[in-house]
Design a protein around this ligand. Sequence first.
Ligand SMILES: *Cc1c(COP(=O)(O)O)cnc(C)c1O
Length: 268
Amino acid sequence: MSSLQYTPERAAELKQNIEGVLAEVRSAGTEKSRLVAISKIKPSSDIMALYDAGHRHFGENYIQELSDKAKELPKDIQWHFVGNLQSNKVKLATAIPNLFALESLESIKKASLIETSLASISPPHPAPLNVFLQINTSSESNKQGIPPISSSTPLSPDVPEILALALHVVKECPHLRLLGLMTIGSFEASHAEGTRNPDFLRLVETRDTLEGILSSTEGVEKGSWGRKEEGGLELSMGMSADFKEALKEGSDNVRVGTSIFGSRPTKP
Ligand SMILES: *Cc1c(COP(=O)(O)O)cnc(C)c1O
C-alpha cells in the first residue's frame, strides 16, 4: 500500500470533519478567512484524502516532517510552517517550492538566514515567501514569539522588537513578504467561557498599531507589505479549541488540527 493510499472510511470521516469546520469558518469568518489543516504527526494518506476532497492549505510544525511530506504529496498544496525553525534547518524549509507561509518568524537573525537562503535557490521561487511574525500575546515563557505592542507603546529610545523585525523584513528581505501576525495564546484563555479572549484582543491591537506605524514610516512603500490586493496585515489565530472565537475577533487564518484529524498521540 502506498503511503498516500487512504481507505474510503477514513476519507469519509476526514471529509465530514473538515466540512464541519469549514461551515463554522464560513459563518463566523469573512469570505477570505482561510482554514489551514494542521496535519502534524498525521500520515500523508490523511492529507491526500483531504486534498482529493479539494482542500489545499495544510500546516506542519516539524520541518523534517513537512519536508518529507511535501516531497511525496501534490505540488499544488500550499504548506504553512507553524513551528520553531532552527537555524540549521532553514535550508530544509527554503528548499520546499510550495511553502506558502512561514507563520513563526521571531527574529531578525532568522529572517536574514532565510533571505540569504532563498536568494541562492535555483530556480528561484516564483513569489516571495509569506511570513507571519509570531507574537507571544500571553507572555508565557514557554511560548515562542516577540512581545505585542499597543498604541501606548513608546517607539523610542528603544524600538520595539516587532517594529524592528517588521522593518527589517519589509526593507531588507526582498525574498520575504510580511503577510501578517500569528499567535498561539494561553491554554486558559482559549478554554475560558463567556469572556473575550485577551490574547486575541492583544493580537488585534498589535496589528492595528503596526499597520499604523508602517503606513506612516518614510521609506516603506505602500504595497510592499500585507495582502497583495486589499493591503493590510492578516491575523493568524485560532486552533481547535478556540477558532470560532478567533474568527469573531477577525482572524483571517485559523490553524485547526484535532477537530479535523482527531487527537494526536503525545510525542515521546
Ligand atoms: C498543533 C498546532 C495547531 C493545531 O492545534 P489543534 O489544537 O490540534 O487544532 C495550531 N497551531 C500551532 C502553532 C500548532 O502547533
